[in-house]
Write a protein that binds this ligand. Structure first.
Ligand code: 5AD
Ligand code: FES
Length: 350
């Protein structure tokens, strides 16, 4: 297995069969070998800096009905909320004071927010915080809509592809949603000049190792600037309530593989990873991640943005999470920096 890992480090690529061999046959020693190389790669490009993104979960209304997600349309037990423009700007101000230089506006697909409203919110953040990056994450829109938000000042867009395999996609989503449209959105976002984030859940229901290989090869083809991956975690009020969570070891392995396949990628150690293991986020960083995304949403709404059960950090103030993470990251030899944390193309480093 070590020679496969060496090859991955050298070529930033393995073919389908090689990836399958790696994912199905790795031992704990192989995993450690991979993490060391992944970490070395991240250190070479980003040093010991860990970037922070302030997550503002501005609406938990969603017109979609994804089988895995706690804020799906049919979950009548979800208590719905929406933040006003003023609420959102207050989150940004709080975040700015705490040293955040990226704001992520994330929400369900909520038609309440018209393009006019979204453009107004984005432009105001753009004007007020010129040294900050604005990241959007509110699902599938048309090319024209993405273009409007970009013109208003957005820099980045997060849209996990969830699974690159069409049949698997259809087992996780109702039939109005398609893998093809998801991928189309990602390519359009790239074309418009966004820094783009794709990604997927590890251990989602019906996922096979072959599916994960397809996910990795899709990422290699798309070349996203950001890759979000975390474990699937069941939510009690969804059709997937009785499935098991994704496994820590597999998530970490995939973080390591993605780091070597896309050396410059910005890879978050996700909240979901922190939810399945008390040191999940630290382990994610040690396996090659270089971003953390603490919550900036008002404490009063945090418990309502429950995509999965037992989500961490829903009772804490933004300042508490910021300090907590700072300490955790320091302990493992890394440092949170006050920086937009843009993508660094490899050529610019070596
Ligand atoms: N477990 C883990 N991750 C989830 N997401 C949605 N529901 C769950 C769940 N039950 C992830 C999806 C989505 C992102 C915002 O959260 O990948 O893209
Ligand atoms: Fe939120 Fe530790 S990061 S409490």
């Amino acid at each position: 297995m070590k020679n496969l890992i060496d090859k991955l480090e050298r070529d930033n690529y393995l073919d389908k069969d090689e990836l399958l061999t790696l994912l199905t046959g790795f031992t704990p020693e192989d995993a450690d070998y991979l993490y060391k190389k992944a970490r070395k790669t991240a250190d070479r490009i980003y040093g010991n800096s860990i970037y922070v993104r302030g997550l503002i979960e501005f609406t938990n209304y969603c017109r979609n009905n994804c089988f895995y997600c706690g804020i799906r349309r049919d979950n009548k037990r979800a208590e719905r909320y929406r933040l006003s423009k003023e609420d959102i700007l207050a989150c940004c101000e709080n975040g700015y004071q705490l040293g955040f230089r990226t704001f992520v506006l994330q929400g369900g697909e909520d038609p309440f927010y018209s393009d006019e409203m979204l453009v107004d919110i984005i432009s105001e953040i753009r004007a007020k915080y010129q040294d900050c990056a604005i990241t959007l994450s509110f699902g599938e829109k048309s090319y024209e809509q993405y273009a409007l938000y970009k013109a208003a000042g957005a820099d980045r867009y997060l849209l996990r592809h969830e699974t690159a395999n069409e049949e698997h996609y259809a087992r996780l989503h109702p039939k109005e949603l398609s893998c093809m449209n998801r991928k189309k959105c990602l390519y359009e976002l790239k074309e418009l000049g966004y820094q783009v984030g794709a990604g997927f859940m590890v251990g989602s229901p019906y996922q096979t190792m072959e599916n994960l290989v397809e996910d990795l090869l899709f990422l290699k083809e798309l070349q996203p600037e950001m890759v979000g991956l975390g474990p699937f975690i069941p939510h009690k009020d969804t059709p997937f309530a009785d499935f098991e969570s994704g496994r820590l070891e597999l998530v970490l392995l995939l973080i390591g593989v993605v780091r070597l396949m896309l050396p410059s990628a910005l890879i978050p150690a996700t909240t979901a990873l922190g939810t399945i293991h008390p040191q999940g986020r630290e382990l994610g960083i040690l396996a090659g991640a270089n971003v953390v995304m603490p919550n900036l949403s008002p404490v009063g709404v945090r418990k309502k943005y429950m995509l999965y059960d037992n989500k961490i950090c829903t009772g804490e103030e933004a300042a508490e999470c910021r300090n907590c993470l700072q300490n955790r990251i320091k302990k493992i030899g890394y440092e949170i920096v006050v920086d937009r944390g843009d993508y660094k193309a490899l050529e610019a480093v070596s």
